[in-house]
Structures are given as C-alpha cells and as structure tokens.
Design a protein. Structure first.
Length: 148
C-alpha cells in the first residue's frame, strides 16, 4: 500500500492544575474556539469539546503524524499561554491526561456525553467521572499520581 491511512478517534480528558475552577462561562466559548483552531492546524478534526470550570473533554481525530502525548501538548501549551493573556495569570493545566479510543460506532454517544457535561456535573464530580472512565477502560491507576 503506497498510502498511509488512519482514523483514530480519541476522547482526551485533563484538568486544570489542582482542579482550580479557572474556566469561567465568559471565557468558555472563546477557549473552545481557540482549541478547535489549534487542533485544526494539526490536521485534527474536533467532533466535540467542552471546557468545564476545572477540566476539559475533547473528542477528536488523532492526526496520523503525531502521538497522543504530542496532541495533548499541542492543546495545553498554547491554550495555557492564551488563558494567561486573557488575565488568568495563575492558569495552568495538570501535568497528566487521560485518553481513550472511541470506535466509530460510539462517536455520537461520546459527543452527546461531552455536550451534556454541565448537566452531568450537577450529579458527579470530575474525580468520580474520571475514576469511572478508568475502570470502564480497564486502566490501572494509582490515586496518588492522577490528581495534580
């Protein structure tokens, strides 16, 4: 095969440093647009994105030329600088992240889940949500290392 073909859907989740609720409603839409622009420039397509006050969910296509770690870095570094320029001087993202593959048949369900974050988090904390994802995907984890 002379052509490299790939379509890997990833659901990425990461929080603000120490789960600080930096992402206010008045900046949320702009941040969404900024991150979609970043990802478009990497060759990714964003299906859905939602920035909660203390964490973010991104469902996108992983470009075939970069790793998941590089994708996350391409989101975190410029968006952190952008937030600081917007007046959130102490803003930063946590060091780590979680990412999960999403089959094409589950993209619509995942989009709905992400779009419904505001309602979801009236009942569940971010920590409970992440624990449930880690268990669902059978990822081993140590609590003392995932909450920075």
């Amino acid at each position: 095969m002379s052509q490299s073909l790939s379509k890997i859907n990833v659901h990425c989740v990461f929080s603000t440093k120490n789960h600080e609720p930096f992402i206010k409603k008045e900046i949320q839409s702009e941040l969404h647009s900024y991150i979609v622009g970043i990802l478009s420039n990497t060759g990714s397509y964003v299906y859905e994105l939602y920035a909660n006050p203390d964490h973010i969910h991104v469902l996108c296509i992983l470009p075939k030329t970069i790793t998941i770690a590089q994708l996350i870095s391409k989101i975190k570094t410029p968006s952190s600088k952008w937030m600081k320029l917007k007046g959130y001087k102490n803003f930063s993202w946590q060091d780590g992240y979680a990412s999960f593959s999403v089959s094409s048949s589950k993209v619509d369900d995942t989009k709905k889940y992400i779009a419904n974050q505001a309602e979801h988090h009236k009942k569940f904390t971010f920590k409970d949500e992440l624990r449930s994802f880690l268990k669902k995907y059978n990822l081993e984890f140590d609590e003392k290392y995932i909450w920075d």
